[in-house]
Design a protein around this ligand. Structure first.
Ligand code: SF4
Length: 396
């Protein structure tokens, strides 16, 4: 080849070791994306710039069509399209509650379905994201806990829920120009409180949250991400060190006897072990405080003594206690505490110096409230099966 032969660097690409079939770029960390682009043949000296460009298109502007990535050469775009896809979970249905809460049913690879909930507030909005299909734990007040674990979600499926909601809210900045910094965001906060125990899917949750926090993309501050755990003690310090987000804990009881029943993981790591891990968290993660979630169950965990014990237990931990009026679901073994009881409980905690907001139930009319999330898979399948059966009958 003569030295004068014009060759653009984009064309000088020799695929090295791409796996079979197109790879989904959503969910790859920056390092993984870099490797994928190198494997496709992107020259080493270009790769940093290419990673930045592709990253911005996907995560800052929500663009999924390589052809629309206009600052990349046409040949490079074609190459990307040949090797990769930009794929997010598919929205199967959306229900909007009278209070504006949106519940999405989304389908992920393998035909599994998970629920995602968007809760709007006056100057912000929170997306409740799922990390597993079903759950291995069997918290007795939780509807999701009645569904067996099917599988962990991939990092792409987790961050893809945020991207899907931004699609639905029409909240991507203008492609190629906007930064997303103007005005308050509709989707400003993420809570990992949907289906599953996020700390049992640690690597994928961490990678997904790193992507969501990246300043050249979705750009959510780590203080706007809250991971809620039932108390997987060995992973708590790791969460502080590797994610650094806010932490919430499904606490729900003040004695091991009651917590063993409500949150059975307590049999493995009891209240004392959990509190020791929580005590270290704020310092490790440089976050101000931990949120203690406390579901109010009539005559189970809602006495004045419980409130006093709670205050004593968490002494020394910077904390806020979220009181959650129980949302009943069909067949649930508990009842919601009376309103006056909840207020009295809140008052004892407040007087001890802790914020103790009572969570307003949201989206009750669409079963989107806390603890009610259960994959609609079975229900949807049933209704689809019914429809098909009816159709079959009518053909006979
Ligand atoms: S509360 Fe969380 S950890 Fe417990 S069963 Fe429900 S989804 Fe699983």
């Amino acid at each position: 080849m003569s030295a004068s032969t014009p060759i653009t660097q984009d064309v000088m690409t020799i695929p090295r070791k791409l796996p079979e079939g197109p790879v989904n770029l959503v969910g790859l960390t920056r390092d993984q994306l870099r490797q994928a682009l190198l494997d496709m043949g992107t020259p080493e000296k270009q790769v940093k710039m290419r990673v930045n460009q592709v990253w911005q298109w996907i995560y800052q502007w929500g663009v999924r069509d390589f052809d629309a990535m206009t600052n990349l050469a046409k040949t490079y775009r074609a190459q990307l399209a040949e090797h990769f896809v930009v794929d997010i979970p598919e929205m199967v249905s959306k229900q909007v509650s009278a209070d504006g809460t949106r519940k999405y049913l989304v389908r992920i690879a393998g035909g599994h379905e998970v629920e995602v909930v968007y809760i709007p507030e006056t100057d912000r909005g929170t997306l409740c994201v799922s990390s597993q299909v079903g759950c291995t734990l069997t918290c007795s007040f939780c509807h999701t806990g009645t569904q067996k674990l099917v599988r962990n979600l991939t990092a792409g499926e987790i961050v893809g829920q945020i991207m899907m909601a931004r699609d639905d809210l029409d909240e991507w900045p203008e492609p190629g120009v906007g930064t997303g910094d103007a005005g308050p965001r509709l989707l400003s906060n993420v809570v990992l409180m949907g289906m599953g125990e996020p700390l049992y899917n640690f690597d994928n949750v961490r990678n997904a949250m790193k992507i969501a926090m990246d300043g050249e993309g979705i750009s959510l501050s780590r203080r706007r991400i809250t991971l809620s755990t039932s108390g997987v003690v060995p992973e708590i310090a790791k969460c502080a060190e590797e994610i650094g987000c806010m932490l919430a804990v499904s606490f729900h009881a003040t004695t091991d006897e009651v917590r063993d029943k409500l949150v059975p993981i307590n049999k493995r790591w009891n209240i004392k072990e959990l509190l020791d891990a929580l005590r270290a968290y704020p310092k490790l993660s440089n976050s101000e405080r931990i949120t203690f979630e406390y579901v109010m169950l009539k005559d189970v965990n809602d006495s004045d003594d419980d409130a006093r014990r709670l205050v004593k237990l968490i002494q020394g931990i910077p904390a806020k206690i979220n009181l959650i009026p129980f949302n009943e679901w069909p067949g649930s073994p508990y009842q919601r505490s009376d309103w006056a009881r909840i207020e009295k409980f809140a008052d004892i905690i407040y007087k001890a110096g802790y914020a103790s907001p009572i969570r307003t139930p949201r989206g009750e009319d669409i079963m989107a409230a806390c603890g009610q999330l259960k994959s609609a898979t079975e229900r949807a399948r049933k209704s689809r099966a019914q429809i098909e059966a009816e159709a079959g009958l009518s053909q006979q």
